[in-house]
Design a protein around this ligand. Structure first.
Ligand code: ZN
Length: 458
């Protein structure tokens, strides 16, 4: 086990590089580790509260400086004091083609230092991994993008079309002060953008037969956080009472919590299961995709939730005294709708809740889905094949949420492709928001290499 990053050997992994360039000590494969480490050391904890969220301005300034060093002019946008995003355009060879948005968020979820084996904001390197909050979500990709464009700019390389680089605040708390602010208040940043590439995809999964696939996110479930409110007649707890808000609400919550939503396979999920079935020989029965998913090992957790709408009651609030029947009772549901199915989900929930329950959305962000085809998708597949011969790319749907939902509202086709080659036994998805979040150093270097090949052909 190494304790320091082994420099990647120059050679075939450096497409189009001259010997002089190869001797350049600022190789992106080396720089990516330093930049990721610097970013982790800027604590950008997003508490979801502007008074306590921190570090985004410092991180945005760091990014702007890294871009300025190579002559790329970036602009910082503040949605509220300290809540900063940063954007920059790298002009491409063909201005008639649509621009490509490359995006990453700068904020991270909180980390409780006492639970970690290293300090979450120290950027420690050990056993071939860079540790820290944000190591995979998603300062790793931020660093890949910066290392790559710095390298290209230093070498005078021109991308095939305009690149718009955007590093956002507030992704971890719904994007209001980051991506959504940018989309609503600064649409000029996205002028001409036709496609976007960000998280969560591009990482490898090892299938039960040891075959590696790289999942490309082409769809994302919607976020439908719902507050349910029941109203009734207040009264004394000792009396007979037939209009109790708590009873009405809990009946609704129980009905919803116990409901089994039917399987609805979208094109992305179907294509994922068909591809995996073809690659592994695991039988795929379209009438029972749950059975196929259950055989996929650790991948099952990621895919299972994309087969149906979900609605989980997460909070309850009613009453203030044991002998007083309150006039209202509230519950909150964390619902995730399949793309295009959010109205259908709400209709089902209203039916399950019954009469006398008011619905109010805390957050309503519909999902999105795009097709797995076109120049960009081919370029991803080629880049992966070159960097990891024998591996395949397959589309998948993310059950969580990212900034992509905000960009999709502008009609931009969104993909999750932040390439990482991962050890088969690494429980990668558990690292997102997890304790001892870490990224393999050679995975970071692999990511830069793939992005170099991918963007060159984008
Ligand atoms: Zn993220």
């Amino acid at each position: 086990m190494t304790t320091t990053p082994a420099p990647a050997a120059p050679g075939p992994s450096d497409p189009g590089r001259t010997p002089a360039e190869t001797a350049n000590p600022l190789r992106p494969q080396d720089e990516v580790v330093d930049i990721a480490r610097d970013l982790i050391r800027i604590d950008t904890t997003n508490t979801g509260d502007n008074a306590t969220a921190k570090g985004e301005r410092a991180a945005a300034e760091y990014v702007a400086e890294k871009l300025a060093e190579v002559g790329l002019e970036a602009k910082i946008y503040e949605s509220a004091p300290g809540r900063a995003s940063v954007a920059c355009r790298y002009p491409g060879a063909d201005p008639t083609r649509g621009a490509l948005l490359l995006h990453g968020h700068l904020d991270v979820v909180p980390a409780e230092a006492s639970e970690w084996t290293v300090h979450p904001f120290s950027g420690e390197i050990k056993d071939g991994y860079l540790f820290g909050r944000g190591a995979v979500d998603m300062k790793d990709f931020d660093a890949m993008l910066l290392a790559l464009v710095r390298d290209w700019k230093r070498r005078g390389k021109v991308p095939p079309r305009d690149l718009v680089l955007l590093f956002t605040a507030d992704e971890e708390a719904g994007s209001d002060y980051g991506a959504r602010f940018m989309v609503e208040q600064h649409p000029e940043v996205f002028e001409g953008v036709t496609e976007a590439v960000g998280e969560v995809g591009g990482f490898s999964m090892t299938l039960p037969n040891d075959l590696r696939v790289y999942v490309v996110q082409t769809a994302e479930k919607g976020l439908d956080w719902l507050r349910l409110r029941a109203t009734g007649r207040p009264g004394h707890g000792s009396m007979l009472h037939d209009d109790n808000a708590v009873t009405r609400l809990t009946r609704a919550v129980a009905n919803i919590g116990q409901h089994e939503f039917p399987v609805e396979m979208t094109p992305t999920v179907r294509q994922f299961l068909e591809s995996v079935s073809e690659l592994t020989g695991i039988a795929f029965d379209p009438n029972n995709p749950d059975e196929t998913v259950a055989k996929l090992g650790p991948v099952a957790r990621l895919i299972g939730a994309t087969l149906r709408n979900t609605a989980n009651p997460t909070r309850l609030n009613a009453g203030y005294k044991t002998n007083v029947i309150p006039s209202t009772a509230e519950a909150v549901l964390d619902c995730r709708s399949l793309p295009g199915r959010n109205d259908e989900l709400e209709a089902t929930l209203r039916e399950l809740a019954g009469a006398g329950i008011d619905f109010e959305y805390e957050i309503r962000q519909p999902g999105y889905e795009t097709s797995f085809d076109g120049v960009l998708v081919d370029a991803m597949a080629d880049a992966i094949r070159q960097a990891d011969p024998g591996a395949r790319t397959v589309p998948y749907m993310l059950s969580g949420g990212t900034d992509a939902k905000a960009f999709a509202t502008l009609g931009i086709r969104c993909f999750g492709f932040a390439p990482l080659k991962l050890p088969a036994d690494l429980d990668f998805t558990a690292l997102f928001h997890g304790i001892d979040e870490r990224v393999p150093l050679d995975g970071l270097q692999f990511g830069v290499d793939v992005m170099d090949r991918f963007i060159s052909r984008s």
